[in-house]
Ligand binder design. Structure first.
Ligand code: PLP
Length: 449
């Protein structure tokens, strides 16, 4: 259901801004027609910290962690740091008892230097650099997920003889199509991640890992894609992985104790969109695991899950100030002070958002308008065809919910505009987590004449 295909005459578009279903649970009405998140009025936060501004609801992140732990009490739940990571976020994740999945030496160093136990960290990556691997072995990460045959020997040489073997998992391509967009489908043979089951590369890699005394194979991993809305593809992937575990047992007499089903759990970005039902996922994965292992006469392995977006996405709100309003070609364009450099997702994947006016009461009727960014690309459109009040004007504030995942972690400094700050809100207080990137931050790197 999109506004484009089902749009009634523009003047009668209903105000979905009254629907707060995709906002953090703490969202509430605030004086003057504003909204508050975590007890902090958004207009107040915008005045104090400037715009664009990213607001993270700490309690929303924590309650999502707890929801996962309650749904999967016997599994390891590992937060995918690439969705968004800062020192405070690493602490919340640690305090809630989750592990961390990182994909670079940078994410790894940040996590460990902010007190994250290395043992609870997994390292991923289809092309891990020598620096990534060295850092992982030096810091003693719990698992390294092997993604290619060449990585096996390269990693083995980094483990000093006589040391404890490095525990590794193998990333397997289960041959399952899932995910909200071709760029985020990672379960099939035609993309860059993992080792194929169908052409035998996964089986070959098992052989190579078992031949390395410096490595200990603890289990198999798969990650089928992102924004996956149904449970079924996970069950299909699970069956394939159990099949490979049984073949490994038959061939080598080894029973692998772990199985990692990756992440990819969908969230709703707009009211009415569907999210993956985590309770249903837990129930059906547990049943499939028990049945599949019983059929294959395997003990049930310890399960790992790697949610990123579903932990932090809905906890974030992006705030923008309107800088210009233009009426052109029969459309109204609302230009804001951020855009594709803090949120590249609409340009990358065509993702749709539901921005709304905050900071003042909405009295005028609404019309479908396009919210555009400030960057020098015609494709810098944050949200097309969204209903906004007719009297929208420069100085107004727009808020975009579900802004916590894959915005700032993918942000750039395009047009030499510094990246926005991040604040945490909780119990009526706001505190700065990451400050705005300054011109001097950017020019400090420019060391040539
Ligand atoms: C990106 C990624 C995740 C997290 O994906 P989400 O869609 O954010 O849940 C988990 N595991 C791996 C290996 C990933 O690459």
């Amino acid at each position: 259901m999109s506004i484009v295909t089902s749009a009634p005459p523009a003047s009668s578009v209903l105000p979905p801004e009254d629907d707060l279903s995709v906002w953090p649970a703490s969202t509430d009405a605030a004086p003057g027609g504003d909204l508050s998140v975590g007890g902090v009025p958004l207009a107040e936060a915008a005045d104090r910290f400037g715009t664009p501004l990213y607001v993270l609801d700490e309690d929303e992140v924590r309650s999502r962690c707890r929801m996962y732990r309650a749904a999967f009490p016997d599994a390891d739940v590992v937060y995918a740091a690439k969705a968004y990571l800062s020192r405070a976020v690493a602490r919340w994740i640690r305090e809630e008892g989750l592990g961390l999945d990182v994909c670079s030496a940078g994410e790894l160093e940040l996590a460990v230097t902010s007190g994250f136990p290395p043992d609870r960290i997994l390292l991923h990556g289809n092309a891990k650099s020598p620096e990534d691997l060295r850092t992982a072995v030096r810091l003693g990460v719990g698992r390294i997920v092997i993604d290619s045959a060449t990585e096996i020997a390269r990693l083995a040489t980094l483990v000093p003889p006589g040391d404890e073997p490095q525990r590794v998992m193998l990333r397997v391509v289960p041959g399952v199509v899932a995910g909200g967009h071709p760029s985020i489908r990672t379960g099939t043979d035609d993309q860059k991640f993992g080792l194929s089951l169908t052409d035998g590369s996964a089986q070959h890699a098992v052989d190579r890992v078992l031949g390395q005394p410096g490595l200990r194979l603890t289990g198999l991993h798969c990650h089928i894609g992102s924004q996956v809305t149904t449970v079924k593809p996970y069950l299909a992937a699970l069956r394939r992985l159990i099949g490979l575990m049984a073949r490994i047992r038959d061939q080598y007499g080894i029973v692998l104790p772990e199985l990692d089903l990756g992440g990819g759990h969908a969230v709703a970005y707009r009211p009415g969109e569907s999210a993956l039902d985590i309770t249903a996922l837990a129930t059906r994965v547990r049943a499939e695991l028990a049945d599949g292992c019983a059929r294959a006469a395997l003990p049930v392995p310890r399960l790992t899950l790697e949610p990123g977006r579903a932990v932090i996405g809905p906890a974030g709100v992006a705030l923008y100030r309107v800088l210009a309003v233009k009426h052109t070609g029969g459309r109204t364009l609302v230009a804001v002070d951020g855009g594709m450099s803090d949120n590249p997702r609409p340009a990358l994947y065509g993702v749709r958002y539901a921005p709304r006016l905050v900071g003042r009461a909405r009295t005028a009727a609404t019309t479908a308008m396009d919210v555009v960014g400030r960057y020098c690309e015609a494709g810098d459109i944050l949200a097309a065809d969204v209903p906004l009040p007719d009297d929208i004007h420069p100085g107004d504030l727009l808020a975009v919910p579900v802004a916590g995942a894959y915005h700032l972690s993918m942000a750039s400094t395009y047009n030499m505009v510094g990246r926005p700050p991040v604040i945490a809100v909780s119990d009526g207080t706001a505190r700065l987590l990451v400050r705005r990137e300054s011109l001097s931050d950017m020019s400090a790197r420019d060391v040539g004449e």
